[in-house]
Design a binder for this molecule. Structure first.
Ligand code: BDP
Length: 724
């Protein structure tokens, strides 16, 4: 009896002690480095007891590096959450087992009645059941990588404090290639990067592998992403040289256990720059031979290499058109080199030409649509979500739904080049959801972009999604706490493009910030308001590309002197004494006609176009009556103003969360929201000051006028910004 009491007291001490260690550790770690992989102690005693009852021991059937990684995630995560070590055992205990493995390696698992045939290579099952009559939670799939994904999913389940009793999850990725795109230069700067330097320390590789690489792989795999493009699409051919291949091989070794393949941006003129040829013409036999040899060399160093992304004949990059050839010729030539090794080419559709006067948002369609059915089956056309360039809001790219016989990759941007860099809080989940849910009507109603991308609409051979990442050497990875949520939501939606933005915000908040129900609700509210607020104070009602030159920080609607017409904000807003907006109907560029019906007519008709895209498609008189009954001019002013007041409200909501958030991140977010409010005000004031000189109309009576003159706003400039 006494022995039992002493034992109990000791256990309590150990438990409390480990909780304290865990919280000291987490207090130390709350600088954001741990991302959403924080396994903090479960405070609810009942839930904790239930977890402990369900998981008393871990059994791993197999010893591959991937399974060891899965086991380590579970051991560390469970210890953090439950305050005790969960032993790793060889055999199933009486009850409360966590059993990991594939049916190929485990007889016990092979004997279970589970739907393995529906899982493919990466899908997983987590199910509470009896194995040899012992209560067990099994995490399984057809490959060790699938088991790793399932392990992360179980931890996510517990980090969001969901019950494990009767857990039954079957999850299969809907898109095959789920790829992060780094726009990282070889000198460690990052194009459009606002979170420090590139995390790839090329100088120290291959000898020194920074611990960050493993952490990066863990975070990436925890979301189910399976590829990473290491270098900027404005590519340097150096990455294809032996010195760098050795460095990349070292990175690939770190990533391999986590199921992550590496990809390169391949510079089209590499045969000249590093190959000693005098041409990069895709139809030249020498060029073809060079690429075939180069690809073989890459696969020798990195046997599971994923393939190339190519930005060609766009913004000054070399490409097949330099030799009178086409994108099709270029893409198919590279595809041929990769084909014997199982590699793929993602050929970017972000093309527009200095000598082409066609509306920029039509050019990619004009270039690529005629190639439908003519591209090799290991080529995928990679198009940005909208036809212009990652603006706060754009309609979908008309190529989605226009290439039924072509593989397509959707490219999203996590780095907020046009949405306030690292400082403005703009959760992009709602934008991604808006894009994915948009109906292309390519095969009648119900032909969403998600269905184009996941292959369920046209059954392409490859399905892919890419996201331009927002991380760097900053301790918190993304330059700000909330920017981490964009990496998170991209990854989760890449796995399943039908997931909801709000659910993902909730998941992220619970894992990253707090599990207090009220605080979670408040924080998710802020997140869900944020992107629309940015749209309102930067580019309301379908305006686009109003950012200042080059760096894209702050307003520049007056800019009209750049080298190309379609780099100027004035080209996009077209404000004159009559009205504002870009006529993309039949009387203008007719870009609306590139969409399938009924979308084309809906956009082309000023009465039916969604108001949030009005000025994208129409040149609208200042006095046009909006649905609210107010004029366009008054509405425009109100939208800008509303954007600012949304940030004020977000700040007020955040201020009330102090008790639930660690001091470091609370202070950081508070400070950045203040900066955002000031900059939103600047955006609003400068934009109104400028457009009023053209509309020549008074502001609505209840609206505060901008405090400075237009000339003063024009003088604000930022000569030392990073990221471009
Ligand atoms: C634009 C960026 C530029 C990129 C380009 C691209 O301003 O830095 O190189 O997109 O996607 O948004 O190629």
């Amino acid at each position: 009896m006494r022995v039992t009491m002493i034992l109990r007291a000791w256990l309590v001490l150990v438990f409390v002690g480990s909780l304290q260690i865990a919280s000291v550790q987490s207090a130390w770690a709350e600088d954001g480095y741990a991302l959403w992989l924080r396994a903090t102690p479960v405070q609810d005693a009942g839930l904790r007891r239930a977890y402990v009852k369900n998981i008393k021991a871990i059994v791993v059937e197999g010893n591959s590096p991937t399974l060891l990684a899965a086991q380590k995630e579970l051991s560390d995560g469970l210890a953090g959450m439950l305050g005790r070590d969960i032993p790793l055992v060889q055999d199933l205990r009486r009850n409360g087992n966590l059993l990991l493995g594939t049916p190929g390696a485990s007889e016990d698992i092979a004997g279970l009645d589970l739907p393995f045939e529906s899982l493919g290579d990466e899908g997983y099952i987590i199910r509470a059941l009896k194995v040899r009559n012992k209560r067990t939670i099994v995490i399984t799939g057809n490959t060790d990588t699938a088991v790793l994904y399932g392990s992360f999913a179980l931890l996510r389940h517990m980090q969001t404090r969901t019950s494990l009793t009767d857990i039954d999850i079957v999850s299969v990725p809907k898109i095959q290639n789920r790829i992060l795109n780094h726009w990282d230069n070889m000198n460690q700067t990052v194009e459009r990067g606002y979170a420090g330097e590139s995390i790839w320390d090329w100088h120290k590789l291959p000898e020194y592998k920074n611990a960050r690489y493993t952490m990066y792989a863990r975070a990436t795999a925890s979301l189910g992403l399976n590829g990473t493009l290491l270098n900027n699409v404005n590519a340097n051919a150096a990455i294809l040289t032996p010195v760098y291949l050795e460095k990349v091989a070292a990175l690939a070794e770190v990533f391999r256990p986590y199921g992550i393949k590496v990809y390169f941006s391949a510079r089209f003129s590499a045969p000249i720059e590093i190959g000693g040829l005098d041409t990069a013409d895709p139809l030249s036999a020498d060029v073809q031979k060079w690429w075939a040899g180069k690809v073989a060399e890459i696969y020798k160093a990195i046997p599971d290499f994923g393939g190339f992304v190519v930005k060609a004949n766009s913004e000054g990059q070399p490409g097949p058109q330099d030799y009178g050839r086409t994108h099709k010729d270029g893409a198919n030539m590279m595809a041929q080199a990769l084909k014997p090794h199982g590699g793929i080419v993602m050929w970017r559709a972000f093309v527009y030409d200095a000598d082409n006067n066609e509306d920029r948002v039509k050019q990619a369609y004009t270039e690529f649509q005629p190639y439908d059915g003519l591209l090799a089956d290991n080529v995928s056309v990679q198009a940005k979500n909208g036809p212009l360039d990652f603006q706060p809001r754009e309609p979908i790219h008309p190529l989605f739904g226009a290439l039924p016989k072509t593989n397509m990759t959707l490219e999203l941007q996590m780095t907020k080049e046009y949405l306030g860099f690292d400082t403005h809080l703009a959760y992009l989940g709602p934008m991604y959801e808006e894009v994915l849910k948009t109906d292309t009507f390519a095969k009648g109603e119900g032909s969403s972009v998600a269905k184009v991308i996941d292959g369920s609409l046209f059954s392409p051979k490859l399905t892919s999604i890419a996201g331009v990442l927002n991380i760097g050497s900053d301790r918190n990875w993304s330059g700000s706490t909330f920017n981490q949520a964009n990496w998170y939501v991209f990854g989760r939606m890449a796995w399943d493009p039908y997931l909801g933005a709000e659910d993902m915000a909730t998941e992220w908040t619970r894992q990253t910030l707090t599990n207090d129900d009220k605080a979670v609700k408040a924080i998710v509210k802020i997140m869900m308001m944020s992107r629309e607020a940015v749209v309102d104070y930067m580019t309301p009602l379908g305006l686009a590309h109003q950012m200042d030159t080059g760096h894209h920080h702050g307003p520049g609607p007056w800019v009209d002197n750049l080298g190309r017409d379609d780099w100027n904000p004035t080209y996009y807003h077209r404000a004159d004494e009559v009205g504002i907006g870009f006529d993309r109907t039949a009387s203008g560029s007719n870009a609306a006609s590139l969409y399938h019906e009924p979308l084309a007519s809906q956009y082309a008709n000023i009465e039916t176009v969604p108001e949030n895209m009005l000025l994208w498609f129409h040149h609208v008189p200042w006095d046009y009556k909006m649905k609210s009954g107010e004029t366009l001019w008054d509405t425009l002013v109100r939208e800008y103003t509303h954007g600012v007041s949304e940030i004020t409200e977000m700040r007020a909501i955040w201020a009330k969360q102090e008790a639930y958030i660690d001091a470091e991140r609370f202070a950081e977010v508070s400070a950045l929201l203040l900066k955002q409010e000031r900059e939103a005000q600047w955006w609003r004031d400068a934009s109104i000051a400028y457009f009023q000189t053209i509309s020549k109309r008074p502001l609505p009576a209840d609206v505060t006028p901008p405090p400075l003159s237009l000339e003063e706003y024009k003088k604000i400039n930022w000569p030392h910004l990073i990221g471009y």
